[in-house]
Design a protein around this ligand. Structure first.
Ligand code: 13P
Ligand code: SF4
Length: 297
């Protein structure tokens, strides 16, 4: 039996589904039941009847699924695969600001630990942050942990006042304006599609700013043939499937932790049950902000 066949057989036997983020290797995306951005995958996890969820993504993704479905078994093929930004806010600072600022909502990007989520009023992803923040009754927003996404939301919701924790994605924030200008010069007909985790200066040069799913859908619907893709290049496999006659040029570096998730690791998780996400003490309090995101997003 091939790896793919073994995975399919174990999946069936265990009533399992495989969820994969666009950033994981193409071979893993191919065995997934659902591929998508963080919001889509959280919704699928919350709504599935499967008994086991194999979450092919970084730690906060599997953790989010377990928070939403504590009765299910959630397996992370590589539990050490992590998003550094998920840790970039301090509980003390959040508590301090909560006491100091009245009429404040703590809005937590889903790329965060359960401990941070447990201090939030609502979670958001890059695809629903503007919509959710706009709908909140509070005037003041503490947006954690991604300051770049937070600034993008702040520009779209100018009626609110924003506070930040100074976090950033090391992959997206590393894209330099000079590199984008050089890529635009090399491909003058290409539209620039950018993830809002990129810096403001890069976003300002863009023709479209949105989540990974938003970028894919924009390229699919566009009359243009050529695109500079300013998000992790894992999205290219889906872009080529959906738009085989178009050209895509990546501008962003690799998210190494997403690439640790291989077919062998997926099979190992199903075979051994290793990588099961344990329930942590933060989970109960972290559930409501995530559920609120599903309701409002
Ligand atoms: P999405 O919300 O597009 O899935 O982005 C998640 C992510 O980690 C981007 O770096
Ligand atoms: Fe985290 Fe950035 Fe990797 Fe996304 S690309 S998982 S935000 S490190």
């Amino acid at each position: 039996m091939s790896l793919v066949e073994e995975i399919a057989a174990l999946k069936e036997k265990q009533n399992a589904i495989i969820l994969a983020h666009y950033y994981v290797p193409e071979e893993v995306q191919k065995v997934a039941d659902h591929i998508g951005d963080s919001f889509y995958l959280a919704k699928v996890a919350a709504g599935t009847n499967a008994q086991t969820i194999v979450f092919c993504g970084v730690h906060f993704m599997g953790e989010g699924a377990k928070i939403l479905c504590p009765e299910k078994r959630v397996l992370l093929p590589v539990p050490s695969a992590d998003c550094p930004m998920a840790h970039m806010a301090s509980a003390e600072k959040i508590k301090e600001l909560k006491e100091k600022i009245s009429d404040l909502a703590v809005v937590c990007y889903i790329n965060s630990t359960a401990a941070l989520k447990s201090l939030a009023d609502v979670c958001v992803t890059s695809s629903n942050a503007v919509k959710i923040v706009r709908s909140l009754p509070e005037k003041n927003i503490l947006f954690i942990p991604d300051e770049n996404l937070g600034s993008f939301v702040a520009a779209a919701v100018p009626e609110k006042k924003f506070y930040y924790s100074g976090g950033y994605c090391p992959v997206h924030a590393a894209v330099k304006v000079q590199d984008v200008i050089a890529a635009k010069k090399a491909h003058p007909d290409a539209l620039l599609l950018t993830h809002p985790e990129c810096k403001k200066e890069v976003c300002e040069l863009s023709d479209y700013i949105g989540s990974t799913a938003g970028i894919i859908s924009f390229a699919e619907k566009s009359d243009k043939k050529s695109f500079l893709v300013c998000t992790e290049p894992g999205v290219l496999s889906e872009l080529y499937v959906r738009c085989p006659d178009k050209e895509f040029y990546p501008v962003t570096g690799i998210c190494e932790d997403m690439k640790m998730i291989t077919l062998e690791r997926v099979l190992n998780a199903l075979k051994t049950g290793e990588g099961e996400v344990p329930v942590e003490k933060w989970f109960e309090k972290a559930r409501r902000p995530l559920e609120r995101m599903l309701e409002l997003g």
